[in-house]
Design a protein around this ligand. Structure first.
Ligand code: HEC
Length: 121
């Protein structure tokens, strides 16, 4: 440690890393030195885009806007064919389990669409 500044930052880092010890000493970290130990970085990440789209047709806009929020169309299209009632259950499962924000009044049209593009023939 060459300078007092660096020494100070080192102590702050220790205090943050060992909150138990910091609490035991009852010495709250204050001032600019406290924030100097926390550094934010801007990171760029490109997630792989799905390489398939939902096939065009009545209801495809719902699928595109509601079902690509979290995963690719392939996640839906690679499923074995299912009747509409099962697609409806799948949509509700997405909402209940993962918090998919699809409005209730779009469920019917979407499940009809999904059964048409990936239902028993
Ligand atoms: C809020 C995020 C989210 C949204 C929005 C969403 N899903 Fe999912 N979905 C997931 C997750 C997470 C998985 C993966 C579960 C796993 O890997 O076990 C998944 C998996 C699936 C699967 C694979 C089978 C299964 O049940 O795991 C299907 C089919 C599916 N989603 C359909 C849909 C449809 C249709 C929509 C549009 C209404 C949709 N998802 C919207 C989160 C979401």
């Amino acid at each position: 440690m060459k300078t007092r500044m660096k020494l100070g930052a080192g102590w702050v880092a220790c205090a943050l890393a060992l909150p138990g010890a910091a609490l035991a000493q009852a010495q709250p970290v204050k001032g600019p030195a406290a924030t100097a130990a926390i550094q934010w970085k801007v990171v760029k990440a490109t997630l792989p885009a799905g390489d398939v789209d939902f096939p065009a047709g009545d209801g495809s806009m719902i699928a595109t806007s509601q079902c690509l929020i979290c995963h690719s169309a392939g996640t839906v299209l690679r499923q074995p064919p299912q009747p509409q009632a099962q697609w409806l259950a799948e949509i509700r499962k997405m909402r209940a389990l993962w918090g998919a924000p699809i409005p209730v009044d779009e469920e019917e049209a979407l499940s009809r669409y999904l059964a048409r593009i990936n239902g028993p023939k």
